[in-house]
Design a protein around this ligand. Structure first.
Ligand SMILES: Nc1ncnc2c1ncn2[C@@H]1O[C@H](COP(=O)(O)OP(=O)(O)OP(=O)(O)O)[C@@H](O)[C@H]1O
Ligand SMILES: [Mg+2]
Length: 247
């Protein structure tokens, strides 16, 4: 059976700047949480953009390789088509619609669903994140960073995706909020069978909450494996789990 997501030898660049992704291959199975790790500029966001079809919008392009969703080649489909095939994204910087209410932000996420399914799906999100329910009438821009991240995740989930892409989930958030969000994501995976591909700055957090991780260095996959195996990998420990790595 095909994996939910298979990235196969993907290379990408922005204009003539050299390769931002260099033959990256990875797989995400249904119902799993997979982390992408790597230093600033390693290519993490570029990889997310390549999968979601948004690379072009940022002046980049896939040079070679493929992205398969359930075996279907989606490499050159429009972002819109990719969303319709069940891939939703919580982008870097959260990008909630600040002047819209929490409810309206979620409604934007649910807009790709048939009308009859939207209400039920929004209720499920409120059940998952009661804090969003309490603030449903509030403008998104007035919420804390952690709440805005919950909303960004909730908005992506409102589209009932098969695969959710999250860029920089924990950046700038207190450990307790990070823990709360990952625990909810674990429930989402268990309840809906959704798969999650998440960019994490903190290797410790990734290895605690994710099933597998891929480490990018200079646009290439330098290390990958099950979280348990990576935790004891020497290179991983030296470069990403040392005292300097934080968290
Ligand atoms: N829109 C763009 N135009 C030109 N170059 C870009 C663009 N976006 C990213 N790059 C370049 O591509 C490379 C990879 O960047 P990317 O944003 O994917 O890294 P990242 O791993 O997400 O880093 P960070 O942890 O800082 O978010 C970098 O060298 C970056 O300067
Ligand atoms: Mg990034």
């Amino acid at each position: 059976m095909a994996s939910l997501l298979e990235v196969d030898g993907l290379s990408a660049s922005y204009g003539r700047m050299g390769l931002a992704l260099d033959r990256v291959s990875l797989t995400v199975e249904a119902g799993s949480i997979v982390a992408i790790l790597g230093a600033n500029g390693a290519g993490k966001t570029t990889l997310i953009r390549a999968i979601s079809g948004l690379l072009k919008l940022h002046g980049g392009a896939v040079a070679s390789g493929r992205t398969l969703l359930d075996g279907q080649d989606v490499t050159r489909l429009s972002p819109d088509r990719i969303v319709r095939l069940g891939v939703a994204q919580a982008p870097e910087g959260r990008m909630v619609f600040k002047t819209l209410s929490v409810e309206d932000n979620l409604a934007v996420g649910a807009a790709s669903l048939p009308r009859a399914r939207r209400g039920e799906r929004m209720d499920a999100i409120y059940h998952l994140f009661p804090r969003l329910a309490e603030r449903r009438g509030q403008a998104a821009g007035l919420m804390s960073g952690g709440e805005q991240q919950m909303l960004a995740v909730g908005r992506a989930l409102a589209a009932a995706p098969r695969l959710m892409l999250i860029d920089e989930l924990s950046l700038g958030l207190a450990p307790l909020i990070v823990k709360a969000i990952y625990e909810r994501l674990g429930e989402v995976v268990a309840t809906f069978g959704t798969a999650i591909l998440v960019v994490e700055q903190s290797a410790r957090i990734a290895l605690r909450y994710c099933d597998r991780a891929y480490v990018l260095e200079g646009g290439r996959v330098a290390l990958s494996g099950a979280a348990g195996d990576l935790s004891s990998n020497e290179r991983m420990r030296d470069l990403y789990l040392g005292a300097a790595a934080g968290h």
